[in-house]
Design a protein around this ligand. Structure first.
Ligand SMILES: Nc1ncnc2c1ncn2[C@@H]1O[C@H](COP(=O)(O)OP(=O)(O)OP(=O)(O)O)[C@@H](O)[C@H]1O
Length: 267
């Protein structure tokens, strides 16, 4: 039987008295685009940080393609490309230099580095802009550059924490078009968090709705919406499950903060 790309069992994590993740069980299949959805503070980033080896997994367990995250952290890191919410591109370096830096960090063999960097830039549609400094890139191009940084080591699992936050609708769809094309070209598994229900409905094969650290609903976007009623959307499912209202396309303070962070760092 094929191993799941990710299997989380009994995952919990507390920060002091805050129970950020509370008994999460999840299986993500190879080749899926899987969306982890939830309001602010639902536990999405904490879950991603546990899967990407950055937080301890105990008392639960996580396996990535069958490799235990707690016992074989370095082996798991080699399987994963991670784009965190925080900016990871350096505005003073060119696009190519930024990606080459990650190739060195992730131990891509020296003989293959140039080719891997070129391929990663190609996959995100930045080949033509690779020799400009990243400080001259738009927000959408920066996000695609960060995708290239995560792709340069040819990971089997790509983990993206709110990849489109703070971007305008055109840039958001260009980022998603690249993610979709990369999955089609490589068969890579993609795990993504997003606040945008329309994006999750359009681009994710399956989603889990997280609220107060627990999985409250799991399924295909269409299946979840149909389960609520004939005219329902994923947004309706979300409201039914959480009782919360999501930020709209305006993005709220978080996207403003993210956009400002980008501007400050690269400007
Ligand atoms: N380093 C930390 N120290 C203390 N509390 C934290 C820390 N990181 C997260 N938390 C708390 O844990 C809970 C879950 O946070 P987490 O960042 O995982 O949620 P999230 O779903 O990713 O939210 P957001 O969409 O705002 O990023 C929240 O109550 C948050 O305040």
């Amino acid at each position: 039987m094929t191993e799941p790309a990710v299997r989380c069992t009994g995952l919990s994590h507390s920060f002091g008295t805050t129970r950020a993740v509370d008994g999460v069980d999840l299986e993500i299949q190879p080749g899926e685009v899987f969306g982890l959805l939830g309001p602010n503070g639902a536990g999405k980033t904490t879950t991603l940080r546990m899967i990407t080896t950055l937080l301890p997994t105990a008392p639960g367990r996580i396996a990535v393609f069958g490799v235990d995250v707690a016992r074989r952290r370095m082996a798991v890191r080699r399987l994963i490309g991670y784009v965190p919410q925080q900016l990871s591109a350096d505005g003073a370096l060119t696009g190519r230099e930024n990606v080459a830096l990650f190739a060195r960090l992730f131990d891509v063999p020296r003989a293959r580095r140039g080719e891997q960097v070129r391929l990663a830039l190609d996959l995100v549609g930045l080949a033509g802009d690779a020799d400009r400094t990243a400080g001259t890139y738009s927000g959408g191009m920066i996000r695609r550059l960060e995708l290239a940084q995560a792709l340069v080591s040819s990971p089997r699992l790509l983990v993206l924490d709110e990849p489109t936050i703070g971007l305008d609708p055109v840039a958001r769809s260009s980022v998603w078009d690249r993610i979709t094309a990369i999955r089609a070209a490589t068969g890579m598994t993609v795990l993504v968090t997003t606040h945008y229900m329309d994006e999750a409905a359009q681009y994710c094969d399956r989603v889990a709705l997280l609220h107060t650290g627990r999985v409250r609903a799991l399924g295909t976007p269409a299946g979840l919406a149909a389960g609520l009623g004939p005219e329902s959307s994923l947004d309706d499912v979300f409201r039914a499950v959480t009782g919360d209202r999501l930020d709209g396309d305006e993005g709220g303070i978080r996207s403003v903060r993210a956009a400002r962070r980008t501007a400050r760092r690269l400007g």
